[in-house]
Every structure is written in C-alpha cells, then in structure tokens.
Design a binder for this molecule. Sequence first.
Ligand code: ZN
Ligand code: ZN
Length: 321
Amino acid sequence: MGQLNEQLIKHIDEAHAMEQNVLRMLDGMIATTDDPEILDALEHHRMQTQGHADRMVRRLEAHGVTWAQQRAFAGEWFPDADLVATEHLVEDLRRVKEPAEVARIQAACAIADEALGVVAIRLADRPTERDVALWLELEMRDRGAAGTSFDPIVASGPNGAKPHARPSGRAIEAGEPVVIDFGCMVDGYCSDMTRTLSVGDPGPEARHVYEVVRDAQQLGRDAVSAGADCARVDKACRDVIDAAGWGDAFVHGTGHGVGLEIHEAPRVAATARDTLASGYVVTVEPGVYLPGVGGVRIEDTVVVTDDGADVLTRFSKDFLL
Ligand code: ZN
Ligand code: ZN
C-alpha cells in the first residue's frame, strides 16, 4: 500500500474514532443535564457531530479515475460523501490469488499449452507471423478461451530482436528462431507464456543464446518462493545473462504479476521492492535481443507456494522443432 494511502486512511480512521468519542461524551452530558437551555445546545451539537460522523467515505483509485469522473462522483453521484484518493488499494488486495483464481489462470495456461502444441507443428509450412498469431487465437478460442489476454507477439528472425514486435506478413523461414509470446482469458483471468522455437538448426550462436536464456529462466524460477524479493528473482536471471556477456541485451524486467489483468502487481525487476508471498502469480521471462540478428525469450507463469513455485505453463522448452 502506498505511503500516502496509509496516511490518509489512518487520518480518516482517527477522525472517525474521535467523532465517536465526542458523541459518547455528549450522550453522557445529555443524560445528566436538566437545564433546558444547556440541553438544547448539547443536542444541537450532537446532531451536527452525528451528521458529520455519518458522512460516507468513498475511496477512489487515483490512477483509475479521471478528473472528469472525480467531479461527477463529487457533484452528482455522492454529494454527501467524503472522496479520498487511494493508490493501488485494489491491486494490493489482488496480489494474493485465491485457489479458485489460480484454477482459472491454470486453465488459461493449459489452453495456451495445447494451442501452441497444434500451431508449432504448422511452423514448418512457412506461415507468416500474422498467420501464427491468428491460429493461436483460433485454437485457444476453440478450447473455450474467451479471447487472447493480449495481442500475441510472433517475431521471427531479425524481428525477434524487438521485444514487443507486432506480427507482420513476414514468412517464418527454417533455421531462424521465432519468439512467440501469447496467452488467453478464462473466466476473466489471463495466461502468459513465451516460447522461442526454430524449425531446423539456426546455428551455434543462436543455440548458445537459447541455452543461456533457458538457464537464466530456470534459475529465475528456482528463485521464486514465498518470502523471496522480486529483485532477487530478477538478479538470478540477470546474473546468468551478464556472465554470458549479453547483460546489455536483456532490456526489460524479469516478470510481472498476472491475474485479471495481463500486467499487474508485483513487478519482478531489478528496482522492484516487492517480496513474493504464497498465492502470488508471476511470470519469469528473461530474454536476449541482438539487433540485426534476432532474439530469444522464454516465459512461464508460475504460482508462488510456501516452498517454491508451481509452473502453470507447461509447454516444452525444446528449441528445435
Ligand atoms: Zn508474455
Ligand atoms: Zn509477460
């Protein structure tokens, strides 16, 4: 919870507690006063205090409410309420997933696994990146997904060097890695997985990059457990890639929370201050991007348990098809 939040809520709670004390005090005085003039003044004062105590407090998530909405809330919708800005109150509650939420994310991950199983076989037919993105969506919807959890990334050959590449009309050739990052939605919950695949051998350099990223991803996953700092998980991945000399080519954070939204708290990054707890669902997705050459990213969605993490995205990490 943000510091501003904590201060505001504490302040409001204190103010309410004080009002309740004043009301109790006034009740006591009213009960023991006979003078009609004083009684009248006390009752008037009590009414005012009660009115104030009854004012509702509505908390609005500051990053989700526009200026115009805030004015509408204050003016038309809740004219009698005290509006208080909060920061990430809802996200903070959403970090720990209940078993029923994990089950939905798990179902979305299982559907994505199956869809990639069907589509990977067809990569040998030289489809375009857009074809692959479309096939993945069709296969996931066919298996009960409500849709994709974000626009799939299918980035082949040199396009793989762009971590957020959009699928293009480029045909996927044999002997070049293709980064496929995608997911679907089940009952409102997201899945997120990346695999890098190659139809035929892309050569020793690409294989070496792949092995380094796979090792980094494994160590990152091994670092995930309740009580582990997110920054520590990031470091576990980054150390492996640094040691291989590609530290500068790992240009993004290691992961993020997944739930009702594809990106939610916590961040798993070098600058993150969060600590993992049992029930968090996060991704571990290191990557190496070499401009003009291509890229490799491997991503799993995992659920944090007391003694480690359960991997929800189970598709094979074999590089060569
Ligand atoms: Zn992803
Ligand atoms: Zn992701």
